[in-house]
Design a protein around this ligand. Sequence first.
Ligand SMILES: [Zn+2]
Length: 256
Amino acid sequence: MLKISPINAFSDNYIWLIQTNEGNTLVDPGDSKPIISTIDKLSITIDDILITHHHYDHIGGLESLKPLIKGSVIGPKNNSIDLLDKHVGEGDTIKSIGLEFSIFEVPGHTLDHIAFYSETEKEVLFCGDTIFSGGCGRVFEGTFEQMNHSLEKLMSLPSKTEIYCAHEYTLSNLKFALLAEPNNLNLKEYQLDSTDKRKNNIPTIPTTLGQELQINPFLRVAEISLREAISDKLDTSNQASNAEVFGFLRSWKDSL
Ligand SMILES: [Zn+2]
């Protein structure tokens, strides 16, 4: 059994609750209040907590939750995050509630950012603020090159991988995606589906890697159709590198 449910926090954060027959694990508990009401309602206890990066909206609930958990708080190699029991990095694997997770270091949004990938039950990725549906995290601490490389690393996972990111940013991301690639039919169709879901208060997350490769401009920087679509704004004829196209898109979106 593997069940993954969102717990809404702040205005648009998803804290993920992962449940198996062996227990319950949380990812990025930015706020303890909605978690405590969820675990009370479900009469469950929390085993482990996984942390993707140091931003407050991902760790803010740790102080209240740590005394309540049975297992460990596992996060990146960043000593500025208090209350971590285990620091993990590229190539490490961990076990939690019967699931094995591989760790990827994905710097860019922050330098300490990691992602947790498991294929024990099915392919699932918890990537914090790295890939969003239709977009990606802002590059606050790393370089465009680093962030592009991190995205490429995650793009090599199986296309059926379910992506559990930490924010519901899909509709605003898709507006930008359509500016970049107005003739992408998959993108138009996905926008209609996602708009419908949000009207009915249904999360657009998880998405899948296969879906994102079709519609997410930040994962499409090598695609000729994307490069042609932005050729009036960026000279892509002269073999612009993937990181250059990524940097152009990211700066453009940031400027809107
Ligand atoms: Zn963040």
